[in-house]
Design a protein. Structure first.
Lengths: 534, 519
């Protein structure tokens, strides 16, 4: 990761951990910049002092103003504004007569240092142009605020509450340094993800959709020039508003740049109206299957989206990504690393049984087996095994027992939930791969108790042959998201594993659950099976 | 890319899709500057990134007697001082250091090479393998031949660049640092001497410029995009300027530099490589021989200079006293270790042509020097004027388009285009369209040596120079050196340290009605 430590940042006020960056939430009383057409917009404070006229400086807009050290000195170096892949056309083509007043230097500095400004929902795109416009050559703020706007992709983020949105905002603040983007942060406060009102209305219609602008900025170099990425916050306060969010987002996407949708909130994969409306417009969908509320239904939904047997061939095909797959990378690297050794490689083709342990909550709640499924499915798909059958183990162990086939060989895989601390729900903590040999080779991976190392051992006939520790880091959301954003196209290995994991999960379900999930996924016509071969 | 012979299906899709086989790097010149500053930190950073195989070892070889532990301590110190990632992470170091050894030997001493063989055999037996060896020559160039010969004599060289099952040996490869010879004849001699022991596929002649991300990106820029290639020729390009400027002096390397000079230090290797990548035709594949075949064709299209051409189209010069970055700087002849009467050039400017269909008539201006005002490496393509100057009045004094590839620092690409200044008048101004690596990717690029060491371990020689490339480059450069040798020593102009070189260089390009780019 290229993210620097906050103390390495020459501008303390711009550092990620600085209190000056804390985001106020809408609903706080936020003064705003004046807008010529403010009366037509909902949710905005009353018009400013008319004496200020059209050229009045907007007031600083955060409740938490930057401290004295935060405001950059006026003698900052001259303006440098380089729009990379940005809405230059829009800037050039917008009719100056219809644009709102420019932002004052104070308001701009406020935005640069983490401030948030409410904007009229129907004019967000114009505000986005206007906010930086005065810093360009000949603008009112030329030379006063040194800003470079960087945009290399669109990132739409879906969250379901303000607390999560704040946490996600911190992640984005670090990620934009490596992946400059325009972020559209959708905060669904409606209590419903499918856009349908469920009983009581949660807000009056006029205030049901709100928008704010903010920016993620960091000092580009010692000159004090700020590199900024803009962010639009969209708050949907009612199911009806949520159904309008996707069209709003479509208007805000920068043309020709890749579009990523990150469902950051354990949101149900299925029946999410934002995803449903945007799925033809996005290049990548990023989820986190460790947070699925119904893991089986979520996994099957994801698998279906890439399985040619289910995919609508006419639909635009976005590439799915899963942060939980990223968490498996260390274990996959370690597994592959052992078999890089030419001495051990032949054993890979003779693996005859696998046991995988994954973390279960201590409180007796159901464990999330998706990571274990994905690991097993990765091995199976790479080794060209076919799924044969699956069942929940006998004897009340709760083990999931899968049977794979390769030719006449039958390869059992056991997924076993074990309680203990884990970095994420369902974390794979140990695996044992045993060969079908007269003197069998056993390959073992164990996460050490401190979760710092992966203990990799190879035994032949019970004799230890290799024992090495590989550093294990449980990556945080920044690291995981970073690697997802690096990938623009389809990750074939992941998709093959996902399809296999779907088969495995389906094979382990009771017929009652199958019907339930089939109904949910809208696969009634094939209710009897997820796998058409059944 | 050449792959290792075994295919591990679990590797697909992982970050490092090819991993080197277990191997031992034998570092000749283990106590030298290059080893300390570049090679050992590169090995550590590869370990840190998890890119080294299980069963990786380093054996340092040098003249000074010392123990394994002494060498390990020195390595730790070097990594802590020069690595881009520091301080050292203890766990990574603890694993790496288990495979670090030292063997004392004079380079001409066959008995010392026998000791080396014994050590390598011990390591292999302990790990249960037939060893794979990467011999790295980080020594003064005069001992390259004897090291190669001794390695052959004691039987440490298999005849394969990949595993040699017939002789129950692993692979052996040799990495040779610059300078590769000091003229065409010595380069040919060195090639012959190495070829007596190693096949061409086992020889990796390193040019660290090729390990730089931006240099590799030049190929992606040219051949991964469709919009540049149609204009990448004499019909649209007026001239090309390649600049490698350094603001440092010789930094204590007098004994090497005073014998080499700028033409051997920069032109023969790095700048000819940049020129090749800039000019070459699209290769049929991105593999070692396809890429190098195309590079050699470029070099063959650059004809050796006649004496008259050397007089007219080359300038050599030496820096005198001056100031750089506000600091007083001594003249070259006053630098420690330099012969006060030295006529070694520290600046070279050359005008040359690539005589082929694509580049007919396009002059290439190369300049490199020490103690110039700033450190920068770039390739600049100056395009021709638009055929019909529609905005003649408003464009008066404006340069035509240019495309600049910045190699270092501030890696990136800039395209200069004319643009209308907003307003009722038709006023035109040049604006830059900029791509900056740092801001677009925000990733600290790996050091060139990390990439090249890894490639050598993987057996991929795409980014290394081949025998015919080296000899062809020398053929051109030797013709210039021969011309200079016939000139009077008094002809070497001086330039002030901290300036952009001698006025003779300005005259060289001014004769064609052009000027050097202001950088």
């Amino acid at each position: 990761m290229a993210d620097k430590k906050p103390d390495a940042d020459p501008q303390p006020a711009a550092s990620a951990d600085s209190p000056a960056r804390a985001m106020p939430l809408p609903g706080d009383t936020l003064p705003t910049r004046p807008s010529a057409d403010h009366n037509t917009h909902q949710g905005l404070p009353p018009p400013p002092d008319p004496q200020a006229g059209g050229t009045m400086p907007p007031t600083p807009s955060t409740t938490q103003k930057p401290g004295p050290q935060a405001a950059p000195p006026d003698e900052q170096p001259g303006l440098t504004r380089a729009l990379e892949n940005s809405n230059l056309d829009a800037v050039a083509q917008a009719d100056p007569g219809t644009l709102p007043d420019p932002y004052s230097a104070e308001a701009l500095r406020d935005i640069v240092h983490g401030g948030m400004i409410p904007v009229p929902v129907d004019n967000i795109d114009r505000e986005l142009i206007q906010v930086w416009k005065s810093t360009t050559s000949g603008g009112d703020n030329e030379g006063k605020v040194a800003v470079t706007l960087m945009l290399a992709m669109n990132l739409v983020v879906y969250t379901e509450d303000d607390a999560r949105a704040t946490a996600v905002n911190e992640v984005i603040d670090r990620i934009v340094r490596r992946h400059p983007c325009r972020t559209i942060m959708v905060v669904n406060r409606s209590g419903s993800s499918d856009g349908a009102a469920s009983g009581e209305a949660t807000a009056v219609a006029e205030h049901d959709l709100e928008a704010n602008l903010s920016a993620h900025c960091h000092a580009a170099d010692a000159s004090g020039k700020q590199v900024c990425c803009e962010q639009v916050w969209v708050y949907a306060n009612s199911p009806a508003a949520l159904s309008r969010v996707s069209n709003l987002a479509l208007n805000l996407l920068i043309t020709d740049l890749p579009v990523f949708l990150w469902c950051a909130d354990g949101a149900m994969y299925n029946n999410n109206i934002v995803l449903t409306h945007l799925e033809d417009s996005i290049d990548r969908l990023i989820l986190d299957s460790a947070t699925f509320r119904d893991p089986a239904a979520g996994l099957l939904g994801m698998a279906r989206s890439v399985d040619p047997a289910f995919r609508n061939p006419d639909a635009g095909r976005y590439a799915p990504g899963d942060l939980n797959w990223g968490r498996l990378t260390s274990v996959r690297e370690a597994t592959a690393g052992l078999f890089d050794d030419p001495i051990l490689l032949p054993s890979l083709w003779r693996i005859g049984s696998i046991e995988i342990q994954y973390a279960a909550p201590a409180d007796g709640q159901a464990a999330n087996p998706i990571q274990a499924f994905l690991y097993a499915a990765w091995l199976a798909s790479r080794l060209k095994w076919e799924f044969h059958s699956g069942s929940v183990g006998r004897g009340g162990t709760g083990d999931l027992v899968l049977t794979m086939r390769q030719g006449v060989r039958s390869i059992p895989i056991v997924l076993r939930a074990t309680t203990g601390s884990a970095a994420c729900p369902g974390e794979v903590r140990a695996a044992r791969l045993t060969t079908n040999d007269p003197s069998p080779v056993t390959i073992l991976f164990d996460l050490t108790a401190d979760a710092m190392y992966l203990d990799c051992r190879v035994e032949r006939d019970g004799q230890e042959q290799i024992n090495r520790k590989v550093r294990y880091t449980s990556p945080d959301d920044v690291v995981l998201l970073d690697s997802e954003l690096e990938q623009f196209g389809h990750d074939e290995i992941y998709e093959q594993s996902l399809i296999m994991a779907g088969l495995m999960a389906w094979g382990s379900l009771s017929s009652g659950r199958r019907s339930e999930i089939s109904a949910q996924l809208g696969t009634e016509s094939r209710q009897s099976s997820f796998d058409p071969r059944f | 890319m050449q792959a290792t012979t075994t295919v591990n299906p679990l590797r697909a899709g992982l970050r490092q899709q090819l991993t080197p086989q277990p191997c031992t790097i034998v570092l000749f010149g283990a106590t030298g500057d290059l080893t300390q500053r570049k090679l050992l930190p590169a090995v550590y950073n590869l370990a840190l990134d998890g890119l080294l195989p299980h069963g990786f070892n380093i054996v340092g070889v040098a003249r000074k007697p010392k123990s394994d532990d002494d060498f390990r301590a020195e390595m730790l110190k070097a990594v802590n001082q020069f690595s881009r990632n520091r301080p050292v992470q203890q766990q990574v170091w603890d694993t790496l250091v288990q495979g670090v050894y030292y063997v004392q030997s004079e380079f001409h001493d066959e008995a010392g090479f026998q000791r080396l063989k014994t050590k390598l055999t011990e390591i292999d037996q302990a790990q249960g393998r037939h060893g794979n060896y990467l011999f790295y020559l980080a020594t003064p160039p005069d001992v390259y031949p004897i090291i190669g010969t001794n390695l052959g004599k004691v039987g440490l060289v298999s005849r394969e660049s990949t595993r040699d099952p017939e002789h129950e040996m692993g692979w052996s490869r040799i990495v040779v640092e610059k300078p590769f010879g000091r003229d065409l004849k010595s380069a040919r001699d060195l090639n012959r001497s190495l070829h007596a022991v190693f096949s061409e596929r086992q020889i990796y002649r390193i040019d660290h410029y090729l390990g730089k991300e931006t240099v590799q990106n030049l190929l992606v820029f040219r051949f991964g995009n469709v919009i540049f290639e149609p204009i990448w020729n004499h019909q649209y390009i007026d001239n090309v300027q390649i600049t490698v400027a350094e603001n440092i002096g010789i930094e204590g390397r007098a004994s090497y530099y005073d014998n080499a000079g700028a033409i051997r230090d920069m032109i023969q290797n790095h700048m000819m490589q940049l020129l090749c990548l800039m000019c070459m035709e699209p290769p049929v594949a991105f593999d070692a021989d396809s890429v190098r075949d195309e590079k050699v064709k470029v070099l063959r299209a650059i004809h050796p200079m006649t004496r008259e051409q050397v007089r007219l189209d080359t300038v050599r010069a030496q820096y005198g006293p001056g100031s750089v970055n506000g600091q007083q700087a001594a003249g070259y002849c006053s630098e420690a270790g330099v012969n006060p009467d030295s006529i070694t050039e520290t600046y070279v400017a050359i005008k040359l042509f690539v005589d082929n269909w694509r580049w007919a008539g396009v002059p290439f201006y190369l300049r490199t020097g020490k103690r110039l005002p700033k450190r920068t490496t770039e390739i600049a393509l100056q395009f021709k004027q638009a055929p019909h100057l529609l905005f003649r009045r408003s464009m008066d004094g404006l340069d035509p388009n240019s495309l600049v590839v910045h190699i270092q620092p501030d890696e990136g690409t800039t395209i200069k285009v004319a643009s209308k200044i907003p307003g009722p008048l038709m006023r035109v101004r040049p604006v830059n369209m900029d791509f900056r690596y740092g801001t677009s990717f925000g990733i600290e690029p790996a050091d060139a040596y990390e990439r090249l060491l890894l490639d050598a371990m993987l057996g991929d020689s795409t980014l290394f120079t081949r025998r015919d490339e080296v000899e062809q480059a020398w053929e051109f450069v030797s013709s210039i050196m021969d011309g200079w040798n016939e000139q009077a020593a008094a002809d070497i102009p001086k330039y002030e340290a901290g300036s952009w070189g001698p006025e003779q260089a300005d005259r060289l390009i001014a004769r064609d009605g052009r000027t050097w780019r202001r950088i």
